[in-house]
Design a protein around this ligand. Structure first.
Ligand code: SF4
Length: 272
């Protein structure tokens, strides 16, 4: 059961930094995330650590006034220079509650009129296909990055039991691509997968990104170590996949099925 609360935000667009410094801003329509991924690096960030008495993944705050705020803040930011937005850095913009709340959809409505120079939509939910009509309006100014960490559903369930099934994500990518929306499959973090993973992806997308804890958790793998994700690998007897080199197995597969310039590693795959 997820505790959902409605809140009024004071600000919405945040200056991007660190891993996302290629962007001018990040945009989070919700605080918290019901997908509760075991490896989520946000667990180690102040937003999660200082939430008293509630574990990460059990609460979501809806930023009720986000669309009105965005219209105002976007106009101000655009008067100062190019605006490139990472959507979202500390939640998934397609939370289960988004089916009902439609905050993300309202934000896309704003951005389809006041278009940013570039919008990167990072999600793991097939709900993104609901908004294909709005995403299409952004043309080449948008990219939808769908997290697909593995093609093995039992592995997905072990690491992210509350997240959408892999098959539904692949279907969503197929649908968005068919509608002409720029997409990428994002293998982040690279989890244990089958030998046919890259081939399967190649039939759906023409661009992939791969990342792991050591390159992408913002702490050289230390954040992930503190979260204790290693115990899941141990329980599955797949500890050899928890290493700095493990992603290379998947990377090699990808290079057999995609042109090298369409295979992005870590930060490069998330840049505008
Ligand atoms: S979907 Fe993203 S923000 Fe949400 S728990 Fe998973 S990794 Fe964290």
């Amino acid at each position: 059961m997820v505790n959902v609360q409605r809140k009024q935000s004071k600000t919405l667009l945040t200056k991007a930094s660190g891993f996302l410094e290629g962007y001018s801003h990040t945009l989070n329509p919700y605080t918290g995330c019901a997908f509760a991924c075991s490896y989520c690096y946000v667990r180690q960030m102040p937003v999660a650590l200082f939430r008293s008495g509630e574990a990460w993944g059990t609460w979501v705050d809806v930023k009720e006034n986000a669309p009105a705020l965005l219209a105002k803040e976007l106009a101000r930011a655009q008067s100062k220079g190019p605006v490139t937005i990472f959507f979202s850095s500390a939640t998934d913009p397609y939370q289960p509650i988004e089916y009902k709340e439609r905050i993300t959809r309202s934000l896309l409505e704003v951005m389809s009129v006041q278009q940013p120079d570039f919008l990167f939509v990072q999600t793991r939910s097939p709900l993104v296909t609901r908004d294909a009509d709005l995403l299409q309006l952004l043309g080449e100014r948008v990219r939808v990055s769908m997290t697909v960490e593995t093609d093995r559903e039992e592995i997905r369930r072990a690491f992210t039991p509350s997240a959408p099934p892999i098959a539904a994500r692949l279907e969503a990518l197929r649908e968005l691509a068919a509608r002409g929306i720029p997409v990428q499959a994002t293998i982040a973090p690279a989890l244990p997968c089958s030998d046919g993973f890259a081939e399967r992806l190649a039939g759906i997308v023409d661009r992939v990104c791969i990342d792991d804890y050591f390159m992408g958790d913002g702490g050289g793998g230390k954040r992930t170590e503190r979260i204790g994700v290693r115990t899941i690998y141990d329980a599955l007897e797949l500890s050899d996949w928890y290493s700095r080199d493990a992603y290379l197995r998947v990377h090699e597969q990808l290079l057999r099925h995609f042109p090298q310039e369409r295979v992005f590693v870590s930060q490069a795959g998330f840049l505008p």
